[in-house]
Design a protein around this ligand. Sequence first.
Ligand code: SF4
Ligand code: FES
Length: 380
Amino acid sequence: MPKVGSELRLDGEGKPIWVLLELTYQCPLQCVFCSNPVDFDRYREHELSTDEWKGVIRDARKMGAMQIGFSGGEPTLRKDLEELVCEANDLGYYTNLITSGIGLTSKRLAALKEAGLKHIQLGFQSSDRDTANMLAGVESFDRKLSVAKEIKIHGFPMVLNVPISRHNIAQVPEIIELASEMGVEYLELANVQYYNWALLNRDQLLPTREELEWAESEVNKARERLGDAMTIFFVIPDYYEGRPKACMNGWGSIHLTIAPDGSALPCSQARSIDTLEFPNVREHSLEWLWRESPTFQKFRGDAWMKEPCRSCDEREKDFGGCRCQALLLTGDAANTDPACSKSPHHHLIQQAVQQSAIPDKHVGSLIARSSSHRLGRKAT
Ligand code: SF4
Ligand code: FES
């Protein structure tokens, strides 16, 4: 039985059962809520080769990984995507492609089907063309619509993932209608998580409590109307819940992200914790970095916790929340996630919520994802 403390635990029984391969940070879109590192362009020259990715896929499977996601950036920019999916499928993984859809042609979908791809998650911004193109930073709405149709023609189960912000929350009924017409099995109305680009834009993105409650009631009406035809996921963001999310089911417990340059991360946002060094699959075995590396040990279990988490009877439920959010908002990744109402930093969340009630015309403009941002320039 896995134990708490510095040891592995939880339902993965010490295995990285869910592996995410971020094949590249390159992307044709410039979404304002992108969760890639703000300095993503630094990693362009250092992407793993096809053989290196295959080694990761094999080693993770040997360690008990069952589900594998191919993500980015935009993973279809890698010409070896089909080859990597084939490798994973042959080893018995459940394979999932997480894509913007740009770059997915009918020919590539057929090749991915042939390679054994089981599932596609398509990112979508809005039911309205202008809003969608504004949030994506480029004209992409019409292309995504036709890709969604092609995905269904090729018989893939699909989840439509729509990051929800104040710019598209009023369109929730139309988004549900559009998803239903597309024939998707799952619609994820994913409230934007405020890391990286989304955190830069938080004042312009965070919906108000009233908007969220209205959207939730619309979701509930649609659930009744649609029954089993489509499953809709909608979770009120932790900014409004008073409790943090059980991020990654606990640090280093079931999830392993491999970044484009081979860095191993306990979650895809972990690079924001710049006090940590991330072990690289080019230098270490997967077994070592998962079980032994100081970075994966750092917040595993509960021995690292400070008060109030240390003595809180909810620590087994949420593991103290999200380490990345704690770092980004309080400056110390070991602090209680400020989304928790017991956190001494909870006022930071309350201030952001108050800010969300300020009308758009009084806040600054959105910053689009751009490689120029790392040079300290805003995108125009
Ligand atoms: Fe969770 Fe820590 Fe808040 Fe307790 S104090 S509910 S463990 S985040
Ligand atoms: Fe990194 Fe939550 S996103 S621990």
